[in-house]
Ligand binder design. Structure first.
Ligand SMILES: O=P(O)(O)OC[C@H]1O[C@](O)(CO)[C@@H](O)[C@@H]1O
Length: 568
């Protein structure tokens, strides 16, 4: 396929469009009655089982999707990524998050240089630093041990680390290694988030990690200055050196901010923000909390999937299969959303993280060559852990709109609970739902069934479930650091596969810029109005009226902004 040809102009795409019309005439009930088909839709790698038999897809669909992958040059695109080519063409960068978790002796090139030694230099530095903090050989300005960490960052410098932290929090090994320590995340520029995060913390025993790839993000930098003030107003300006460190690609700005470059942990422009959890962005705060040896296992889990993604044939390649099925659902069956439903409370921050990875990566309107797309790319990702979601939005999923669902289950709970006299263990109770929901969605319940159950006629239509609602199931053996790394990498690569097929650049994010620049204009106006009484001007009627009302009603904010920190 010539690079400027849109994927939707190719023969395999057109064949899939025609095929979708046929597939829509079948029902999952019938598809699932074919055991051979179902058997062929179960794939296992490194302990993780994927069952995609409840996708609205036939064996022929799969073949046609592989043809689409071929015409989209999927294999070549994956190889180009692993070879460090500048596949992020609008930013002229390699995309090498796989190098962040590569074994020490591997060779991965970016711009003619093997980047793996640089990765391991930073990992070694994190290991040493986190051990010093955790052992108490590095102490705060008043000689006290630093037991608490506040990681300040937003977007990719926050969501991934928060997901991993939340997932590890209840893992027995991680609990042991985190005993007596706290890790918090300050992301929102809302001062309420500052208040929440410093409540109960003592600056004397707190280490603040500023995490920002660019070190220019407005929200993060204001929060960084706020926590610098929190520390220096309590302990004196010189305490900053002992209580603040940074993670960034922009070490010049880190130094300008007042953080010793020796206490800065680098990463590189070939790591996209939303793909950075395996860089110092995640590894530093997580190692401070759990120790490097736990986090190394997380990196190993991700690396195992990286190798699988790179070398496994497509028929057995988990991220490739998942990516192709998502393209099928979005582009051919016309389902714009995807629900991520982990049956594990430990994965409660997984969907919010994947929301950024997916929607910032694939929410694009033009091809990688800048040609407007005649089809919609990307999907709307959302999710909550089961069973909570069942008592919230599942109604819509069962009887309202069709939303392809990812059910993620875990065989062994991190925290088994059994009660004598109960029918099943608490985890079995949870998993009963994990196994039941996909069949409820697929089979539904017919009016004939309801009539046989003597449901009053006026309720039959209300109680009918059309079924034929696609889902897939991922079953993890357990949820330790290694499995968490696997799960992360499966989704990262799946999303890249989707972008490779759609022919877009999944690694830039120009769509976040416009709002940022308009906020700059508003910020200038707020300053001019508060300090010089200037009237609101240069905005449309709506914004002018709202801003004027806001300024009038908050006239008590002092123009000279004398320092005031949250009252906690
Ligand atoms: O790490 P930084 O540079 O502060 O950026 C934070 C986030 O802002 C974005 O650039 C846009 O929201 C994300 O891609 C990124 O993860």
């Amino acid at each position: 396929m010539a690079s400027s040809t849109l994927i939707s102009d190719t023969q395999p795409w057109k064949e899939l469009q025609a095929h979708a019309v046929d597939v829509k005439k079948t029902h999952l009930r019938d598809l699932l009655s074919n055991e051979e088909r179902s058997r062929s839709m179960v794939v296992e790698f490194d302990g993780i089982l994927l069952d995609y038999s409840r996708q609205l897809a036939t064996v022929e669909t799969r073949e046609k999707l592989f043809k689409l992958a071929e015409v989209a040059s999927l294999k070549e695109k994956i190889n180009r990524m692993y070879k460090g080519e500048h596949i992020n063409s609008t930013e002229n960068r390699s995309v090498l998050h796989v190098a962040l978790r590569a074994p020490r002796d591997s060779v991965i090139q970016s711009d003619g240089k093997n980047v793996v030694p640089d990765v391991w230099n930073v990992l070694d530095k994190i290991k040493e630093f986190s051990e010093r903090i955790r052992s108490g050989s590095w102490v705060g300005a008043t000689g006290k041990q630093l037991k608490d960490v506040v990681a300040v960052g937003i977007g990719g410098s926050f969501l991934g680390p928060l997901f991993v932290h939340t997932a590890l929090q209840t893992d027995p090994e991680a609990i042991e290694s985190a005993r007596g320590r706290q890790l918090r995340f300050l992301a929102n520029v809302d001062p309420i988030d500052v208040a929440r995060n410093i409540t109960g913390l003592n600056p004397e025993t707190t280490l603040v990690v500023i995490v920002s790839k660019t070190f220019t993000t407005a929200e993060t930098m204001l929060n960084a200055r706020t926590l610098r003030e929190w520390i220096s107003s309590a302990l004196g300006a010189s305490a900053v050196a002992k209580h603040m460190v940074a993670v960034s690609t922009n070490l010049t700005l880190v130094e300008k901010f007042g953080i010793d470059p020796n206490n800065a942990f680098a990463f590189w422009d070939w790591v996209g923000g939303r793909y950075s959890v395996c860089s110092a962005v995640g590894v530093l705060p997580l190692s401070l909390q759990y120790g490097f040896s736990v986090i190394e296992k997380f990196l190993k889990g991700a690396s195992s999937i990286d190798q699988h993604m790179h070398s496994e044939q497509f028929e057995r390649n988990l991220p490739v299969l998942l990516g192709l099925l998502s393209v099928w659902n979005v582009s051919f069956l016309g389902y714009p959303a995807r629900a991520i439903l982990p049956y594990s409370q430990a994965l409660e921050k997984f969907a919010p993280h994947i929301q950024q990875v997916s929607m910032e990566s694939n929410g694009k309107g033009v091809s990688i060559d800048g040609v407007p797309l005649p089809f919609e790319a990307g999907e709307i990702d959302f999710g909550e852990p089961g069973t909570n979601g069942q008592h919230s939005f599942y109604q819509l999923i069962h009887q309202g709109r069709v939303i392809p669902c990812d059910f993620i289950g875990v065989v062994k709970s991190q925290q088994p609970v059994y009660l004598s006299g109960e029918v099943v263990s608490n985890h079995d109770e949870l998993m009963s739902n994990f196994f039941a929901q996909p069949d409820a969605l697929a089979y539904g319940k017919t009016s004939e069934q309801l009539k046989k159950e003597n449901v009053p006629p006026h309720l039959v239509s209300h109680k009918t479930f059309s079924g034929n609602r696609p889902s897939l199931s991922l079953l993890l053996p357990s949820l330790n650091a290694y499995n968490i790394g696997q799960l992360l990498a499966i989704y990262e690569h799946r999303i890249a596969v989707e972008g490779f097929i759609w022919g877009i650049n999944s690694f830039d994010q120009w769509g976040v810029e416009l709002g940022k620049s308009l906020a700059t204009q508003v910020r200038k106006q707020l300053n001019a109005s508060r300090t010089k009484g200037e009237p609101v001007q240069g905005f449309n009627f709506s914004t002018t009226s709202m801003l004027t009302r806001y300024l009038k009603a908050s006239a008590d904010v002092p123009a000279d902004l004398p320092t005031r920190l949250p009252k906690t």
